[in-house]
Design a protein around this ligand. Structure first.
Ligand code: NDP
Length: 288
């Protein structure tokens, strides 16, 4: 079975739209998201346009601030200071990657943690670690759990999840979310010994590596669920560029009970969960 991330993301957005309508009625406040894009990276441009479009579609306010490639770190930090204290801004997202002259970590740390809808601020990592309700959790990891639940049901207790990759934006936070869902979690990385044998034990495999089609069919336990986070641009046999995941889809599909495709799997969930976080941020700010 193919897990249809596009459809599941669309259902989530429909549910968020209804929640945003209720929130507006109850509090007379429209949740708002400000996206800051520095420079003119074409991929970032597409991501930002999609974010703006979907923010508006669920009935929230979208502000887009585009800055030139030459913007200095201090100019960006000054802008963030203003957004941090502007009560009409509930969520702030600085599109990554930033130009090389700007220190990404310093910028992430400068965002008000209550408005950090990417969930990358150290304070939000801590809240996730502590399992605090209402924490702003990174979007792609949230999407991975929702996709696994769409096939296995909400109760994932006792499932063995093997995560390939330990980055701060995917591998580590997704491992904490599955742990919170009472799974047994194994985190693997580039130094893991006998990776194939470890992956073979998994009920749920999350691949977040960045190596095209690395995970082969014979790495998988029959009937497992595969969540493929990877987005890799390759040139296929016909000389055309194509997007592929970290899992060899054709092989894996024959062994797994369910698998997310690339594109159309985890990708659409990331923006839907960003909108979920924006509503959560607006709710949290009201409660403070
Ligand atoms: P990083 O490069 O930050 O992390 C990759 C991880 O993979 C590292 O922990 C690394 O291990 C591990 N790794 C590398 N080589 C191997 C190997 N041979 N065997 C086992 N583990 C290995 O990547 P990200 O987490 O940022 O992204 C991973 C993928 O997910 C990328 O393709 C990215 O484009 C995609 N992505 C997709 C998103 C979406 O919305 N769908 C969002 C974010 C990312 P080590 O730590 O030891 O170096």
């Amino acid at each position: 079975m193919i897990i249809d991330g596009k459809q599941i993301a669309s259902n989530l957005r429909a549910s968020l739209k209804a929640q945003v309508t209720d929130f507006k009625k109850q509090h007379n406040i429209t949740p708002s998201l400000t996206v800051v894009l520095v420079g003119n990276d074409p991929a970032s441009d597409v991501y930002v346009r999609n974010k703006v479009k979907q923010t508006l579609e669920v009935g929230m306010i979208s502000n887009e601030i585009r800055l030139s490639q030459q913007t200095s770190e201090s100019e960006l930090l000054t802008l963030l200071d203003e957004l941090n204290t502007d009560d009409s801004v509930h969520g702030i997202l600085v599109q990554l990657p930033l130009p090389k002259a700007i220190d990404e970590q310093r910028v992430i740390s400068a965002i008000n943690p209550d408005k950090d809808v990417d969930g990358f601020h150290a304070q939000n990592s801590g809240r996730l670690l502590n399992g605090e309700p209402g924490a702003l959790v990174p979007c792609t990891p949230q999407g991975c759990v929702i996709l696994a639940q769409s096939h296995l049901g909400d109760d994932l207790s006792g499932k063995h999840v093997v995560i390939i990759g330990r980055s701060n934006i995917v591998g580590k936070p997704v491992s904490l979310l599955f742990l919170q869902a009472h799974c047994t979690v194994t985190i693997t990385h580039s130094r893991t010994a006998n990776l194939k044998d470890v992956v073979k034990q998994a009920d749920i495999v999350v691949a977040a590596v960045g190596i095209p089609k690395m995970v082969k069919g014979d790495w998988l336990k029959p009937g497992c669920v595969v969540i493929d986070v990877g987005i890799n641009r390759i040139t296929n046999e016909e000389g055309k560029t194509a997007l592929v995941g970290d899992v060899d889809f054709i092989e894996a599909e024959k062994v797994a009970s369910a698998i997310t495709p690339v594109p159309g799997g985890v990708g659409p969930m990331t923006i839907a969960c960003l909108l979920k976080n924006t509503l959560q941020a607006a709710q949290n700010q009201l409660a403070h």
